[in-house]
Design a protein around this ligand. Sequence first.
Ligand code: ATP
Ligand code: MG
Length: 344
Amino acid sequence: MAFKELVFSGVQPTGNLHLGNYLGAIVKFVALQERYDCIYCVVDMHAITVWQDPAELKRSIREVTAAFLASGIDPKRHIVFNQSQVAEHAELAWIFNCVARLGWLNRMTQFKEKAGKDRENASVGLYAYPNLMAADILVYRATHVPVGEDQKQHLELSRDIAQKFNNDFADSIATLGLGPAFFPLPEPLIQGPATRVMSLRDGTKKMSKSDPSDYSRINLTDDADAIAQKVRKAKTDPDPLPHDEKGLETRPEADNLVGIFAALADRTKADVLREYAGAQFSSFKAALVDLAVARLGPVGAEMKRLVQDPAHIDAVLGDGAARAGVLAAETMRAVKDIVGFVRR
Ligand code: ATP
Ligand code: MG
């Protein structure tokens, strides 16, 4: 069965947005606006799966929204809102808590990484996070989900949940004339040279908001001096740049910097290496600084301008939530009928 094509994705308001979020997700969100109807969500309910200071959370929700707008997401043609304003996300997540199996969630690597050694003390929300993510996507019956490589496993779980719901309730879906399948199996869109931007301090670790070292990441709001310092200090090896991508295979830090360069310049890694083959990192890093400052400077400046006017940002989120809410409510009414709940 053909579902209407629709893009959904989210970003957590959990701290400083970084180059990985920008290249792995936000740049893709912007490009997809031309071809699809898109819903972009600031997933504040995901954020509280680990402790967030309330005042800081509010600031962060507005900052992620500002990053969306500053990067070129159009909240009039598409939908931008924060998750907690559309209660149907949580409502559908509960149903999915009853569809997903413990064994499925036990395999999720993000939970293992984030819970760390003290698993007994992790929130139940952190464990159930992938079910809420499935609900975020499927409450709009979205078909395409642009994400970084780290979210691939969660997307696969979303597909499993959609499939099991469709199977478990197949008779009910058919009786109500809503079938053969009620939910689409959402497809991950993970493409390009920067689907997994690594830490500048350690080429084997993902660049992350939660890394204690600010030198591990380039934040969207970093000024030119900070970007220059972080790139100059970025870990590398002593060899010059290789001639082709094969030469990057055993050099995670070099691979990362070339990937960042390629994504910022809208080129392939092979193309970048054709230009810089044999170059020392000192000259490559200088070119990377210029490129990063040119690309990120205007975005950071516009973010800083937008967050000065929280009332405007809140109005954008309110308008988006109202429009998203209409779509989500329609899905939830059908889901309640399918499951067998009595409703007004
Ligand atoms: P947290 O540490 O709080 O999970 P995060 O940096 O992983 O923060 P998220 O809000 O969880 O950010 O993710 C937002 C989007 O950015 C997702 O699509 C995710 O896949 C993508 N993303 C996150 N980190 C990277 C990275 N290092 N490279 C590419 N994409 C990334
Ligand atoms: Mg994350």
